[in-house]
Design a protein around this ligand. Structure first.
Ligand SMILES: C[S@@+](CC[C@H](N)C(=O)[O-])C[C@H]1O[C@@H](n2cnc3c(N)ncnc32)[C@H](O)[C@@H]1O
Length: 404
């Protein structure tokens, strides 16, 4: 029996067992196909041992897929049930001390109120463990085949449609050298960071983004300039390029650019766009120093970039976006709390944000939530609408228009 046949058999058996157990394995395996019409025509070195589900390449082993299925269920359980149980304990601890859990209690009082509480400790530990296991299982699998995936990236680098620009000699600013949300190697330190980010964040999206549904929705939420003219769009901090690809599908006649400081990210983004046959240009560049000419773009957008930057760099990025937009062009930065709803002052929420910063290595979370991004946009010269379109993260969003 050929290895490939054996693999197919295992997947089918896995499917039947998964269905019997009420797991998602069955659904996934049943939908799996080896090739789909999403394939781009020019990419010869594609590594895809288990075919695709729609436009998502399946994880390279059934074992990993199964682990990720478990971790997705685990994350749902932690985010919903354990987090709720923990919040009850936090609030009760504050009330026992005569403090209002919704009255913006100081962190010292929150720490004192939860000291030694096993429910709170277990909830946080489970979340962090889920995050660690999500990254490490994916990273271990791809790194176990390092040469194979490096060859895949190499083969795609020069393929089209679309272009890739890498800048191996550029100086990396300190602020990009962190392992944000404890992704091993971060965005710049692991040559397979794109694979790790894509499949790791699939866990974060809890199966809602396997076909880039989230990014397609984000792209649809990006407003056009008032005159309706859209020739060029830029996404800052594009990571694996999912939103840039979605923008190209929405605006097939426009030139689309995605830039990111992480070479592993833009390489993966380009490879994936090539596989999907979508014509996008990716470049390794800084959002605060894009190298594009003045007035070049009709739309500049970003998705969850700013909360991962120091506030001063965010201000520079906003000024850069203003410089490269044409008069009448729009800047639409999608991120947490960009609209009228500020972060909650509830004790459990404050604790959540604190440990996200402390243990999930969201390095600039506190700086970001203290930053007045709308104010920074107005300072840069934008006319700011604080009640812009809604995007996936469920907030109203800031919209800047460059006066024309
Ligand atoms: C949370 S990820 C963005 C997510 C991405 N837009 C998506 O759709 O998944 C933040 C990205 O911003 C990039 N980044 C951080 N600082 C940057 C900078 N100064 N210039 C360009 N990219 C940067 C990181 O490399 C990372 O890929």
């Amino acid at each position: 029996m050929k290895r490939r046949t054996l693999f197919g058999t295992v997947a089918t058996v896995g499917s039947a067992v998964g269905t019997a157990l009420g797991l998602n394995l069955g659904e996934k395996a049943a939908q799996a196909s080896t090739k789909t019409d999403f394939k781009g025509p020019n990419f010869k070195g594609d590594v895809e041992p288990r075919g695709t589900i729609g436009q998502l390449e399946r994880l390279p082993s059934l074992d990993l897929e199964s682990r990720q299925d478990f971790l997705t269920e685990f994350r749902q359980f932690v985010d919903r049930d354990l987090t709720r149980a923990s919040a009850v304990q936090v609030n009760r601890g504050l009330l026992d001390r005569g403090l209002d859990p919704n009255g913006d209690p100081p962190m010292e009082q929150i720490f004192a109120a939860i000291e030694g509480n096993p429910v709170v400790g277990t909830a946080v530990r489970c979340w962090i463990s889920c995050q660690q296991m999500t990254w490490s299982t994916v990273a271990d699998e791809f790194h176990g085949q390092l040469d194979r995936y490096l060859d895949e990236l190499d083969a795609a680098d020069k393929a089209g449609p679309g272009t890739l620009e890498l800048n191996p000699d550029m100086d990396m600013p300190d602020h990009v050298k962190h392992e944000i949300h404890i992704q091993p190697g971060g965005y710049v330190g692991d040559p397979l960071g794109g694979y790790v980010y894509h499949y790791g964040t699939n866990n974060f999206y809890k199966r809602r983004n396997h076909q880039d549904e989230v990014h397609a929705g984000l792209a649809r939420s990006v407003p056009k300039p008032a005159d309706g003219k859209v020739k060029r769009i830029l996404e800052l901090g594009c990571s694996t390029g999912q939103m840039a690809v979605a923008l190209k599908r929405l605006y097939p006649d426009a030139e689309i650019w995605g830039i990111d400081i992480g070479a592993p990210l833009v390489r993966y983004a380009h490879m994936r766009a090539v596989e999907l046959g979508v014509d996008v240009n990716f470049a390794q560049r800084l959002a605060e120093d894009t190298k594009f000419p003045d007035g070049h773009f009709d739309i500049v957008t970003s998705y969850i970039l700013f909360h991962e930057m120091p506030a001063e760099i965010s201000r520079q990025v906003v000024r850069e976006a203003h410089r490269i937009l044409r008069p009448g062009g729009v800047f639409f930065p999608i991120d947490f709390y960009t609209g009228s709803k500020p972060p909650s002052k509830n004790a459990a929420q404050k604790l959540r944000h604190w440990w996200d910063h402390r243990w999930n290595n969201e390095v600039w979370w506190q700086e970001y939530t203290a930053l007045d991004l709308g104010g920074a946009m107005a300072d840069a010269g934008f006319t700011v609408d604080t009640n812009g379109p809604r995007a996936w993260i469920g907030n109203t969003n800031l919209l800047g228009t460059k006066p024309g």
